[in-house]
Design a protein. Structure first.
Length: 399
């Protein structure tokens, strides 16, 4: 009996010793580090990108190639069609803009982004004029819902692009042809003139090698030598090529004017809303022309914004002036002395990263934005697409 007890004690001591050794050697489960690293790799808080190449794509568009600026950090993987937010500091104003990735996700060594000049574009013009090889920029992780989903999108895809809206499709087409997916694809690419057809060589090459990918360039202002289709991307042109909308899934990327036109075409074709993905719209050049804008608000109105936020561990309150015709997020970023940058990605009301508590006051939110019901009920807004109509109070500590 005594021997049995002693054996048990020894066993217990051995187990305790083993447990102690395990705690010392492996204080956390063996897989924890791997998972943490993987999550950090896929969803980094931020990335640092270094420009390694700049290519002029057209008179007003450049293609920038970036590698990871940190030798021990790989670029975050992405899905063809997604975008990243590039963060810049322009004369003390820290802001960001989303840009679609044009490279293939199979290419893990670099990202390529197309940037087009925009009239009055604060960031795009800065990038086109100032960014040079060797410069380092901060960026978000890859974001966005415009990507091919095998389960829901089927095998017949219709891509409709306007101008620089071609960039996510370049990534998608490269990826789909590299993966040899058996998909039928029709791309309708609307441009102003022949000189504005971005990535024409790559597109022609893909079309030549992949008979299941058919591309139409449609010019709205063709030159005298153009013998291809011209005008707008109408339902007749689409139907003529795809024959029927049955089992087709539509992806649409362009500017606001193109969206309104294409939305009508989709309706007339009878395409159900759930068979269409629209990439984000961006904000309008003139919000007072948007349906629903209150006519009694003067475009020159200045609004007082009270903002509460945490600074050096303390909650502080500040007041600044904003313009009613500028998105609240932009006005806040202009207040460089506050040193606040609200987390953001799409700047179009889609990703919800900028979600902010509106304590009081009235705002105008762009009509296409859909907020979660719970956010609406509790008074949250997306400042990237919100325009203050009265003096307002926001609280960044209530997230
Ligand atoms: S930045 Fe995406 S919703 Fe505001």
């Amino acid at each position: 009996m005594e021997k049995e007890i002693m054996d048990d004690v020894k066993k217990y001591q051995k187990l305790e010793k083993l447990k102690k050794w395990r705690d010392e050697v492996q204080p956390i489960p063996w897989y924890f580090d791997g998972l943490e690293n993987l999550c950090d790799r896929i969803h980094p808080d931020k990335q640092f990108l270094q420009v390694t190449d700049i290519k002029q794509l057209s008179k007003d568009t450049k293609l920038f190639r970036f590698v990871s600026a940190k030798p021990n950090k790989l670029l975050a993987p992405f899905r063809a069609g997604q975008y990243i937010g590039l963060i810049v500091d322009i004369n003390g104003v820290r802001t960001s803009r989303p840009f679609s990735l044009a490279s293939s996700p199979n290419q893990l060594a670099y990202y390529e982004l197309g940037v087009k000049r925009k009239v009055g574009g604060f960031v795009s013009n800065y990038l086109l004029e100032k960014l040079k090889i060797g410069d380092i920029l901060e960026a978000t992780e890859p974001l966005g819902d415009l990507y091919y989903n095998r389960t829901f999108h089927g095998k017949d895809l219709v891509f409709i692009a306007g101008g620089s809206g071609i960039t996510p499709f370049i990534s998608l087409l490269k990826y789909i042809s590299e993966q040899n997916f058996k998909l039928n694809i029709w791309l309708f690419f609307g441009c102003l003139s022949e000189d504005d057809i971005l990535f024409k060589d790559e597109l022609d090459d893909i079309q030549t090698r992949r008979p299941n990918i058919k591309i139409q360039y449609i010019l709205s202002e063709p030159g005298p030598n153009w013998d291809g289709p011209y005008g707008f991307i109408t339902k007749d042109k689409i139907l003529d090529a795809i024959k029927s909308i049955e089992n087709k899934f539509f992806y649409i990327v362009g500017n606001r004017a193109m969206y309104s036109f294409i939305q009508e075409q989709m309706k007339e074709l009878g395409v159900p809303r759930h068979r269409v993905i629209y990439e984000f719209y961006g904000v309008p050049d003139d919000v007072t022309r948007i349906v629903g804008w209150p006519k009694d608000i003067k475009a020159s109105s200045t609004i007082k914004v009270t903002i509460e936020f945490i600074q050096r561990g303390r909650k502080v309150k500040e007041i600044f002036d904003a313009q009613c015709v500028e998105p609240l997020l932009n006005s806040l970023e202009r207040e460089k002395d506050l040193g606040i940058m609200i987390n953001n990605g799409c700047r179009s009301g889609a990703c919800a990263l900028c979600r902010t508590k509106l304590v009081s006051g009235k705002i105008f939110m762009l009509p296409e934005v859909t907020m979660r019901e719970i956010d609406q009920d509790y008074g949250y807004i997306h400042p990237c697409v919100s325009y203050p109509l009265t003096d307002i109070h926001i609280d960044l500590t209530l997230i």
